[in-house]
Design a protein around this ligand. Structure first.
Ligand code: FES
Length: 81
């Protein structure tokens, strides 16, 4: 599963670094390193609502504090589906 987190400047200011670090920990803690492919990406023009994160080409806007819930729902949820 491909997960891309924007590291453009607007998203950086909104905490993309923190989201990436949390994601890396969550992926490792769940033993999913070979199933979840975390990537950084440059600005995709969706800076308005939060840090731009895409999962399999579907776009989401995240806040750092939402990372865990997002991970549970969108990443674990999809892997189990
Ligand atoms: S800086 Fe992230 S979408 Fe623009």
């Amino acid at each position: 599963m491909k997960v891309t987190i924007c590291i453009g400047s607007a998203c950086h200011l909104k905490g993309s670094r923190e989201i990436i670090e949390k994601m890396q920990k969550l992926v490792a803690a769940n033993g999913l390193s070979d199933q979840v492919d975390l990537n950084g990406a440059f600005c995709s023009g969706n800076c308005d609502h939060g840090v731009c994160v895409t999962v399999e080409d579907q776009l989401y806007s995240l806040k750092p504090e939402d990372t865990e819930e997002f991970f549970q729902k969108e990443i674990l949820g999809r892997l189990k589906a």
